[in-house]
Design a protein around this ligand. Sequence first.
Ligand code: ASP
Length: 356
Amino acid sequence: MKTQLFFKSILMALLIAVIIPISFAQSEKLPKVIILATGGTIAGTGESATGSGYTSGKVTIDAMIDAVPNIRKLADLSGEQISNVGSQDMSVKIWIDLANRINELLAGDVDGIVITHGTDTQEETAFFLNLVVKSDKPVVLTGSMRPSTALSAEGPLNLYNAVAVAASPKAKDHGVMVVMNDKIFSAHSVTKMNTTNVETFEAPMHGQLGDVNFGAVEFYHYPHGLFTNQSEFSVDGIEGLPRVDIVYGCADMSPDLIDIMVNAGAKGIVIAGVGDGNMTTATLEAAKRATSKGIPVVRASRVPTGAVLIHGEVNDEEYGTIASDELNPQKARILLMMALLKERSRENLQQLFVNY
Ligand code: ASP
């Protein structure tokens, strides 16, 4: 009887010593997040903590992770360096490499992706990825306005918050996001609004998707337009994109630029028009010359809010033009580049601008 009791207590002790720690470890398993670094001011260094001059893309991803206290408590983290450039030098080639790597990682056991990126073209990379990432897992871009060596550099907190969003189950099925300055934005609606201030990103048409405060994530909106798994676009097998140029509209603008772009080999043109996607009468005639040669011309606007309306002041059918709807010129260019990977009618192109 005594021996039975002895063995029972040994068994109990073993259960407590082995089973309980295992289940504890399982419940504490952190989400797996990969940081893909591309450069930008977040990885920039300057000579002085208070000077405005600096060089983007100097610090490696491992050094950036090590500079953020407690970040490894949020996720099982690792970093990969995709490029180390100021985002003024972001390229279609890096976009395609980035998208392929993200699709590969998210098809496996990775729960979320963070991309560190310069702020100048962050919205463009985000919008491109929103069209071609094939997963509903979170993909989050972040960066900073102040270099890592600056007084009150905001990069470490932005990175901390971006990892928190990428690791959060709440962020699933929100497409590609931008996390900057405690705010979560959708790739569709975010845009850079200030050249130097940390409060630079806004979504003037639709507002932010949510907040993230020292890692506490809250969503209160769903993104606009089709994205990721809902998108018909893909990077499978592509190595480049057709050339699409942007013409900036102004009073008395020259129509020559459109003809020059067509002669230089542009496969599509976006006008950053005045007002509701308008342009001088002579430019509209140049646009018609381009569209009659089969080169699509999209009317976007240099005005930061409001949609460009189909048949607003321009009869789009007559001129063969397409209204960009809510996409700003730089995002309209990306949608047109992707759309031009296959032959499409003007009507089909117009529908894409309404849907995305
Ligand atoms: N020129 C920098 C870049 O886009 C600006 C920044 O990151 O804030 O890489």
